[in-house]
Write a protein that binds this ligand. Structure first.
Ligand SMILES: [Zn+2]
Ligand SMILES: [Zn+2]
Length: 280
């Protein structure tokens, strides 16, 4: 079982639990006997491009965030290794700002939640409909970010499946492009557990502890991990890992159950072909 998680948010982004402190998350990871964790909250933007409320920390919060992580690193040294980081999106024109974020942290994970359309307007997965051309641009942005050596991990590479009804030719093409780039640049892909949590143990925004067999019945609603994506991924020489994408109380401690549910979706045959990374 994986004993690390590089995808963990904080109250600063505005949509994670406001009553969970950074230390509360650390204590949960210790309870789970994790050896390493990284805080990778939604990154602040120097140029405010994503105008949505409660999506990411303000640029002015950056220093306090990093200082708090540093204090926890020291306090819990010997018990768990704590890393600092951000979840970023790549956008052309923002390269220098993203490099700055990389320089001040241990880990950057790329969670590509949006891209620019032809008119340089932000189009967001789950909110807007994407044309085939725009879906391909999603893969191009991810590849470009890897080429620039920005991300250490690609979070939920199958996020583009939000609002898509089927996995057809274009979706397969996107999956191949991302996996091919991950192979070329040696960047691991994350099997994200957050959408599973949202539709099972955190159904309707309330934590439940129903038996796992009950939770399995709710998996049809889960968009990512997308079985078809991971089947394609298993054909490539790439590395993968699980990411909790923790936003809520009670999420980290359900890691084992969430992994079991992810494996249920992806299928044992594919899971066995995937090459999972360990702590280096
Ligand atoms: Zn989030
Ligand atoms: Zn995230």
């Amino acid at each position: 079982m994986q004993t690390f998680n590089y995808h963990s948010h904080t109250y600063r982004c505005g949509h994670a639990d406001l009553d969970m402190t950074d230390e509360d998350y650390v204590k949960d990871y210790i309870k789970m006997e994790f050896k390493r964790m990284a805080f990778t909250d939604h990154c602040p933007e120097k140029n405010e491009i994503d105008k949505r409320n409660n999506m990411r920390m303000k640029y002015s919060k950056r220093k306090e965030y990093l200082e708090n992580i540093q204090a926890l690193k020291e306090k819990y040294a010997g018990q768990i290794e704590i890393q600092s980081g951000y979840e970023i999106e790549y956008l052309p024109g923002e390269e220098e700002n993203l490099k700055e974020l990389k320089e001040e942290t241990d880990k950057l994970i790329l969670g590509q939640h949006f891209i620019y359309d032809d008119n340089k307007q932000l189009i967001i997965f789950g909110k807007h409909d994407f044309s085939d051309k725009e879906l391909l641009r999603y893969a191009e942005y991810i590849e470009q970010a890897m080429k620039l050596k920005l991300p250490d991990i690609i979070a939920h590479p199958d996020f583009c499946m939000l609002k898509r009804k089927t996995f057809g030719e274009i979706e397969a093409k996107v999956a191949h492009l991302i996996c091919k780039a991950a192979e070329k640049y040696g960047v691991p892909l994350e099997i994200n557990l957050n959408n599973i949590f949202k539709y099972t143990y955190y159904e309707k925004g309330v934590l439940n502890h129903n038996p796992i067999e009950e939770q399995k019945k709710k998996l049809q609603k889960v968009v990512y991990p997308c079985k078809d994506f991971w089947k394609i991924a298993s054909e490539y020489d790439i590395h993968v890992l699980y990411g909790i994408d923790a936003h809520h109380k009670g999420e980290v401690v359900l890691f084992k159950e969430l992994v079991e549910l992810a494996n249920e979706i992806i299928g044992k045959d594919v899971i066995e072909k995937l090459n999972f990374i360990d702590i280096k």
